[in-house]
Design a binder for this molecule. Sequence first.
Ligand SMILES: *[C@@H]1O[C@H](CO)[C@@H](O)[C@H](O)[C@H]1NC(C)=O
Ligand SMILES: *[C@@H]1O[C@H](CO)[C@@H](O)[C@H](O)[C@H]1NC(C)=O
Ligand SMILES: *[C@@H]1O[C@H](CO)[C@@H](O)[C@H](O)[C@H]1NC(C)=O
Length: 315
Amino acid sequence: MLTLCVLLLTMISCCCGAFPGPPKQQINDRPIIGILTQETEDDNLKPFGKTYIPSSYVKYLESAGCRVTPVKLNLTLPEYEKIFNSINGMMFIGGAVNLLTSDFAKAAAVFYKLALKAYVSGDYFPLWGTCLGFQLLTALVAGDDLLTNATVENKALPLKLTADAESSRMFRNFPPELMKSLSQEPLTGNFHHYGIATQTFEGNERLESFFSILSTNKAKEGVEFVSTIEGKKYPFYGVQWHPEVSRFQWHPDQEFPHSVNAVRVSYLTADFFVNEARRSSHHFSSAKEEDAALIYNYSPLYVGNISSYMQIYFF
Ligand SMILES: *[C@@H]1O[C@H](CO)[C@@H](O)[C@H](O)[C@H]1NC(C)=O
Ligand SMILES: *[C@@H]1O[C@H](CO)[C@@H](O)[C@H](O)[C@H]1NC(C)=O
Ligand SMILES: *[C@@H]1O[C@H](CO)[C@@H](O)[C@H](O)[C@H]1NC(C)=O
């Protein structure tokens, strides 16, 4: 009798105790995330390769339990479609290229369109943009470059969290005390001259209907800019700040926040995005193809003495 009760109770708590999240799907515990390479613009770095990915972004994603594949620029649409169908999410890195005309922006637009189309047919493909990558997401959605001068150069800031942050997917698994720290302590590294003014964002119908604003910040010029966004419907996420620097960049002249809480924020954002990628079941057509595509085939170069990065992959 007692056993039956316990069994019954267990069953009840199993089927009714869990919160009604998204419908049960198959979880992919071997996700692979693409990082789009970017044209090398820094004169110090140009001699080493035409395109690059700082290793901090690679380590950031890998730290949460995924593998990374670098995605080259200037490929054909069929080549990009094949990659899209092989990987489980995509990251657009920071940097300094044009949001509309660069090879980086053109390749990103292909993945953006594929991810939009996939979602409509029930296929989950998350996108993440950091700094320039965040700005690029806004340009893709708005169909225009809406940047304004919004300088926060080499400064760590707390986030001014909006009411939407608490109910967001991105911050849902953050402990409440960490959310409090995030709004009070300088846990987010900022390295940008441009940004999207909150006023511009809210005044743009496409952006306003597509994304929720999760945080804002004030720039040197006094303008308030959008610093964290997530798609209301689509699994697209963007941060104007740099979560990866807190754990993987160490240049002494840079205000990379390395406090315990900054490191936690960095890890939890990576954990969040990799979990999003676990919802995608895309895969390479063979183990051989997968092996050949992974970043392990490349070696990063030490650049700590000529840049604020420690290591960079050049392609
Ligand atoms: C991409 O193609 C354009 C046009 O041919 C060329 O100018 C550019 O250098 C190429 N970019 C890369 C990264 O190879
Ligand atoms: C930013 O400021 C500079 C110098 O003050 C100005 O030349 C430029 O047009 C501004 N850019 C934007 C996008 O507002
Ligand atoms: C930077 O370090 C690399 C690797 O140790 C070395 O080859 C290179 O000469 C150094 N460059 C400068 C400008 O110090």
